[in-house]
Structure formats: structure tokens, C-alpha cells
Design a protein around this ligand. Structure first.
Ligand code: AVJ
Length: 330
């Protein structure tokens, strides 16, 4: 049977003007120049990211999976009965299924909502779940994080039990520390009430060489993944990027604890025709930022939680101590 998927996208995506084009042009015109990180996740990008998660050097996925394998039951025991679980960016559900099956075997009634940007991937992922779940309802939500938060604010008033926001994969790392705090605070103020929870997977401040390797693999899969963003951008910009003009550059800022992915101009690039006046001229060596991946020490997570009015309940760590799964409550 076909899974239930609700389209919760705001009118922004439905309008006739191309909002992606506008986001890209705004970013290119700002200084320093940038491209929205979501450009990395078209169908091709999702496949390349999936390949990244299977690389040994990209330890984040394996670490999180090992935590859920070892402690999935503990996490399920810590979640209330009759809860509504909403996952931000559910992806393939490979890791989430461990939690869902643990909840099921503990006979905890759960309404699970899987939010993702790609409705075809959502469908695939939900169809891959076990058929015989008796205590769980599974529904897909097609939209962005913002759509999800707004949907959640409405769902809050209808849900009889507590809400649990599940955010795995260290995706929180794509926001600066300040943006992460405001993003979580927005949930707290708009969509959650005391007793509601967050489950967040976050990469640690690991050995700088290990982190750098995670984003600069020898097979060049990450390079392909990042450069594919330009091909995606091109579809919204009349093919303005010459792919030969740009190369991937990764930089890890070890003091501040974040990795950056850039498009570096290999020669002078003139895109004034489409970007508009001076800001469309990129001298050789110019870097366009597309992604930051912020890392958190346990203490930095405590500070983050405090800033958002969240209370840490529990923390599970992989055996190597590279990654944490945090349970926090409002
Ligand atoms: C999926 C956002 C967590 O930043 O580590 C992997 C994406 N970028 N390799 C990350 C990514 C380059 C990833 N997140």
C-alpha cells in the first residue's frame, strides 16, 4: 500500500517565481558570497550524500548508528507513551528504524511523522519500514524545517500526549551556534510546551585531522557531492556556472570547531550578466561558502540547551567518544 504523505509546503514553493533562484542570487550578492546549503540536496546530491555516509572516514553516521544500536532501547524507555514524534530530515530511516522498532517492542503508542524535502525519498523510506507495526502510525510530511515547525505548532494543540522532535545526523551542525540556538528557541516558543522533548544527534570536536578527513575523502565523493550543488544551482540560473571554473575547498577551523565547504574560483569569473553589477565578478581565488559543519563539545551542548530554555535529560555516546545523542526537554 502507498504511505500517507502530507504536503505541508508553504505557498513560497508553490508560487510561480523561482524562490531558489532568488536565494542563490541573494547569496552571491552578499559579502562574503554564499550559496544556500540546501542546494546540495537534489536527487543526485541525496545519492552522493548516501555514498558519503558509507565512507569509513565519514565516521558520523557509523557513530550515531552504533549509539542507536546499543542504546536505542534506553532511548525508547525514556520517551513517553502516547507521544507524537516528528523527525526533521528523516532521510532513509536507516537509523531511525532502530528507535521505532524499540518503541514498538516496548508497546509504546507512537504517532511518528517523518519530515523530508523529497517526497519520492520519503515514500521509499516509509515503504521500507516493517509492515506489522501495531503501536505505531507512520505519516510522511513533505516540506522544509520551517514548514515542519509551523505544522508542529498546529499539531501541538491537537496532540493529546507529548511531542518529541527528533533531529539526527548532526544536521544541527549546518547552523552557526547562534542560528542553532534561535532555531531551537523558535520551536520552544512556537510549537512546544513543558514536557515536550528533543532528541538531537551531534558530532563532537574530534581530532582536527580526523574531522578534516571526514569532509575531504580520498575517493573524492565529498568533492562530487559539493560540486553537484553547482549543477543544481545551474538549473535555477540558466547554467551560469562553468563547472571547470570552480573547485571544492574544505577548511576546518579547529579553534572555533567548524568545517567549511567552499567553491573556489580557479580563474577570474564574470557572471555580471546574471548576478548584477560588481558583485557578479569573482576574481580567481574567490571562495563561495556553501556549507558549515559545526562541532560541539558536551559543554557547548549544555550552553546551547541553556540558551534555548531546554533541560538536558540524558546523553548517550559511542564507544570511541566521537559523537553524542542528547535527550533534552522543555
Ligand atoms: C548531513 C549536514 C550532517 O555537515 O556533516 C557531509 C553533510 N557535508 N559531508 C555534515 C555533509 C559534507 C553533513 N550533514
Amino acid at each position: 500500500d502507498t504511505p500517507r504523505i502530507i504536503d505541508i509546503r508553504s505557498s513560497r514553493q508553490a508560487s510561480t517565481e523561482d524562490p531558489v533562484r532568488k536565494d542563490i542570487l541573494d547569496g552571491l550578492q552578499s559579502s562574503p558570497p554564499k550559496i544556500p546549503t540546501y542546494i546540495l540536496y537534489d536527487a543526485q546530491g541525496l545519492q552522493l550524500f548516501d555514498a558519503i555516509t558509507r565512507l569509513e572516514c565519514y565516521y558520523l553516521t557509523a557513530s550515531e548508528l552504533s549509539i542507536l544500536t546499543q542504546y536505542g532501547k534506553d532511548l525508547a524507555s525514556s520517551l513517553p507513551d502516547n507521544s507524537t514524534v516528528v523527525e526533521l530530515g528523516c532521510g532513509s530511516l536507516n537509523k531511525t528504524r532502530l528507535l521505532l522498532y524499540a518503541l514498538e517492542s516496548q508497546r509504546k503508542k507512537t504517532n511518528y511523522y517523518a519530515l523530508d524535502l523529497s517526497s519520492s525519498e520519503l515514500k521509499k523510506a516509509i515503504c521500507g519500514l516493517d509492515r506489522g507495526l501495531k503501536y505505531m502510525s507512520v505519516v510522511g510530511l513533505h516540506g522544509t524545517y520551517d514548514d515542519g515547525r509551523k505544522w508542529l505548532a498546529r499539531a501541538r494543540s491537537k496532540a493529546s500526549g507529548p511531542l518529541v522532535v527528533l533531529w539526527l545526523g548532526s544536521s544541527i551542525g549546518n547552523l552557526s551556534r547562534d542560528d542553532a540556538a534561535s532555531f531551537l528557541s523558535q520551536f520552544v516558543s512556537e510549537s512546544l510546551v513543558p514536557g515536550d522533548m528533543f532528541v538531537i544527534g551531534i558530532d563532537r570536536r574530534n581530532d582536527p585531522d580526523v574531522v578534516w578527513k571526514a569532509y575531504n575523502d580520498d575517493l573524492g565523493i565529498t568533492r562530487k557531492f559539493i560540486l553537484n550543488g553547482l549543477a543544481h544551482a545551474n538549473r535555477h540560473l540558466d547554467q551560469v556556472f562553468q563547472l571547470k571554473d570552480w573547485e571544492y575547498e574544505g577548511v576546518y577551523h579547529k579553534e572555533e570547531g567548524y568545517h567549511e565547504a567552499f567553491y573556489a574560483a580557479q580563474r577570474d569569473v564574470d557572471m555580471r550578466g546574471i548576478v548584477g553589477n560588481e558583485s557578479g565578478y569573482f576574481p580567481g581565488g574567490t571562495r563561495i561558502l556553501v556549507e558549515q559543519s559545526w562541532k560541539y563539545s558536551p559543554q557547548e551542548v549544555a550552553i546551547l540547551a541553556d540558551r534555548c530554555g531546554l533541560l538536558p535529560l540524558q546523553r548517550w555516546t559511542d564507544a570511541a567518544g566521537t559523537y553524542d545523542l542528547h535527550l533534552l526537554h522543555v
